[in-house]
Design a protein around this ligand. Structure first.
Ligand SMILES: C[S@@+](CC[C@H](N)C(=O)[O-])C[C@H]1O[C@@H](n2cnc3c(N)ncnc32)[C@H](O)[C@@H]1O
Ligand SMILES: [Zn+2]
Length: 281
């Protein structure tokens, strides 16, 4: 896919970006070169809260290592199927995976879309350069963007569907960029998600209390929620540590819980994810 098929807009002045696969420019002459790996860096220096925003290289590696074990494959396939079905009656739908990380889910989406709706155009966006670099190696048919979810570099109401998987919700830009009638698909942990691990780590297990409907406000109407719930077993210490490194629990864990986990030969876990769909009014 070429970048200008996606109606990219200049992150500085919002005018359309035109060009080829090497270079994009707006009529105000703000220009952007493709990175040698093939992604576009459309993140402005003044939008960065830190020098190296988003997931760092180590976090990206940890996520890649765990997801590659495919325990979340069933979840990824469900998300990909849903996206494919929701966009099947649209000609050349534009789909954005917001906060795509290292691209595991985005790639599964692309595989299903290329079978069922090869005209679909899929982009993955993340603020972390490390994540997008890793993602870019996976699949060259996806448009990979380093950008901020608080300044999505696409035209107003140009997206047919946005997926947001385990990622912060920034409603204003979603309202601006999704077409009226377009879909927003949000995946977030349910109450039982990895409950066995959380019970080992915390004295009191708390739920996130995340309520997307409340955060989204009036521009979106709730359509439906699907619960994806299944069990899987990590068969050894290495995989237990790989999961821990990927989750936020890995940064919060105390020494006593670390010691307890280190003694396990295996760990049976529950995956419990809510997949909520909203539509742009
Ligand atoms: C928990 S990870 C989820 C990654 C991926 N969706 C997955 O499920 O594997 C959250 C991602 O959001 C990204 N992120 C954080 N703040 C962001 C922002 N303001 N704009 C875009 N991405 C952001 C991080 O870099 C990270 O890759
Ligand atoms: Zn510009």
């Amino acid at each position: 896919m070429t970048a200008d098929q996606f109606q990219l807009s200049c992150p500085v002045c919002k005018l359309p970006l035109m060009g080829d696969n090497k270079r994009l420019e707006c009529t105000n002459r703000h220009s952007y070169d493709a990175a040698k790996q093939g992604y576009w860096n459309l993140l402005l220096a003044n939008q960065k809260r830190s020098k190296d925003p988003g997931d760092n290289a180590e976090m990206v590696q940890a996520r890649r290592r765990f997801l590659e074990l495919n325990y979340y494959r069933q979840l990824a396939d469900t998300v990909a199927r849903k996206i494919t079905t929701l966009t099947s009656s649209t000609e050349s739908p534009r789909i954005l995976d917001m906060g795509c990380g290292e691209g595991y889910y985005t790639q599964k989406m692309q595989q299903q879309l290329s079978d069922s709706n090869p005209q679909a155009q899929l982009a993955g966006l993340d603020i972390s350069k490390h994540a997008v670099k890793a993602a870019c190696r996976q699949d060259k048919n996806i448009l990979w963007l380093v950008a901020s979810g608080a300044n999505i570099p696409v035209a107003d109401h140009s997206l047919d569907l946005v997926s947001l998987l385990f990622c912060r919700l920034m409603p204003e830009e979603l309202s601006r960029t999704i077409k009226p009638g377009g879909d927003l698909l949000i995946a977030y942990p349910g109450e039982q998600h990895l409950i066995e691990l959380r019970e080992l780590i915390y004295d009191q297990v708390r739920n996130s209390g995340f309520n997307p409907a409340q955060t989204l406000g009036d521009d979106f109407s709730f359509q439906d929620t699907e619960t994806i719930n299944y069990r899987f077993t990590l068969p050894d210490q290495q995989q237990i540590q790989q999961l821990l490194a990927m989750t936020p629990h890995g940064w919060r864990i105390g020494q006593a819980a670390k010691d307890k986990l280190a003694q396990l030969d295996s760990l049976e876990l529950t995956l419990d994810v809510q997949l909520a769909r909203f539509s742009r009014r």
